[in-house]
Design a protein around this ligand. Sequence first.
Ligand code: DGT
Ligand code: CA
Ligand code: CA
Ligand code: ZN
Length: 626
Amino acid sequence: MLQSKEMDNVEIANLLRNVAAALQIQDKDDNKFKIIAYERAADAIEHLSSEAKDIYDEGKLEDIPGVGKSIAKHLSDIFEKGISKELDTLLSQIPSSVFELLPLDGIGPKLAYKLVTELKIESPNAISKLKVFAERGKIENLEGFGIESQAGILKAISDYKGNVKRHLLNYAEGISGMLIGWMKKDENTVSADTLGSLRRRASTVGDIDIAVASNNPDRSIEHFINYPDSKRTLEKGDRKASILIPGNIQVDLRAQEPDSYGALLQHFTGSKHHNIALREYALSLSPSLSLSEYGIRKISKQETVNSKQKTGFNKRITKIFRKEEEFYNYLGLEWIPPELREGGSEIQFSLEKKLPKIVDCTDIKGDLQIHSNFDIETSHDLGLSSYEEIVGKANALGYEYVAFTEHNPSRSKHTDAQIIDLLKRKRETVEKLNEAISNKPLEISSNRKTENSKQKTVIGIKRVFNSLEIDILSDGNLPVPENALETLDFALVSIHSNFRLNKVEMTKRIISALSHPVVLVLAHPTGRKLNERESIEADWERIFEYCINNKKLIEINGDPMRLDLPDHLVKTAVKMGVVFSLGTDSHHIDHMDNMRYAVDVARRGWAEKKNIVNTLTLTEIEEVIK
Ligand code: DGT
Ligand code: CA
Ligand code: CA
Ligand code: ZN
């Protein structure tokens, strides 16, 4: 197992569990207590509310329950040098395929070791290799095994969910882009689109759905399964197919003639709930209408929809649609943006022509969370790009303003006077930059190393804000002295530690931090990290109400692994009248392109321009900030 300085709590816990397993396999008497110690330490670290690395930085590793001198020493080695030699030596005596089998139910270290050595199973994909042996009946003949234990192993494998994680939106988007590109290479393709949860811009995506309008669906399917990166064809019909690509990502394709492509787009965009609600609505019309991926059909009075009549359905379609919009219009509905197709109420809104005019990327006039490399000795990671580079990028994006929101200087390593000093220097630098910006026309060399590297960009941005992302301490206080807070235009506050307070305490903590006059925004409110960390518990309606009454803003963080506030809470907040601040949480200018994902979340939460503070012009937003 690879060790590194950057290991997070889950990785460390896995490492320690593997050590415990290796000790069990060694089968020495004096290992007994060590095994228990490693397992305890693994449990404790997995459930910590802050990163073990941070605790190490504070010199407090041994305060973690279950972490004694010797485990603390191994962890220190890892954080310092990237490896604990001692653990590495121990682990490298065991084939890594053994560790791969441990997540299976009922397979302990010794059993796994025996299977691996007897059957000569090697990494990677040990589980699927084991499955092949079990299916071929090769396990029942091993000494100490039998037909029953073989069946048990097969069951454990089929129950095993593995890390079937849902994929992050930006990742899925990259893959679907490549597949669309591939499908467009085929001469039969008239158009190709991404459907399913990716088209609805859901925060995570299970599998990828692609549709093509094709002059020859058969041939399109053939072209699709020949995708160069395909690992395996999972399914192949005359109008649909599924393949598996590296990373165990499933891609589904549907192909249909251009004349009826509109119904296909509607059907496979989903969501399932939207489609169910739409079908019910169509049936309630008079005459009743029946929907499918091929088109819309009138149902006569005597007819009831039973399964028999569903067969051969496509031959009796009465109406086909080239465009999706025509499909909705035929039902007496306005076209519904895919982001709103989640639950049913959107159909009623569409019928009454009351769908919200949801915010759009082109409405955004600035980015309100960016970390630069201006070094104020921050408590968490500094950014990688300079103020000038950020201004250059903001300019390219057509923004009027951005906010520089480095983390606060670390509390434990500075006196009040030092923090005040650091923030004064930041203030002065930002002021100089603003002066330069207002002395237009000012030119700044763009940092792109392409073409003539001397290429100059005229600044269109009007102002940069001097802001800060401040940790909310457990008691709701801020780790920045009053005199330093005064230097800021406004501040963001956010939780980076103690994620597990109870709901009442957490709500109090957040509101207390928000109550400071210089604080304007609650950043990445729930603290979730997709596939990694759950949201904190808090009384969100109470916090939203506080924000509305006290003119505070809630952030929608566009970092694809955060997307926080989550869309369903955005929807609640929008109904209540909350105003949001969109920020990319960029630590490099390339991340500034992630604004798109923050807008996706806002759209899925039914937010309009009026709900988003960064749709305001500079003059307007200055009114909010002052
Ligand atoms: P995902 O993949 O879990 O992120 O979510 P979706 O919404 O992309 O779900 P998926 O891939 O299973 O199906 C794509 C859309 O196709 C789904 O939103 C609804 C629609 N659909 C309509 N009829 C069916 C059906 O019979 N089976 C499935 N699986 N989907 C259907
Ligand atoms: Ca899907
Ligand atoms: Ca699918
Ligand atoms: Zn943060």
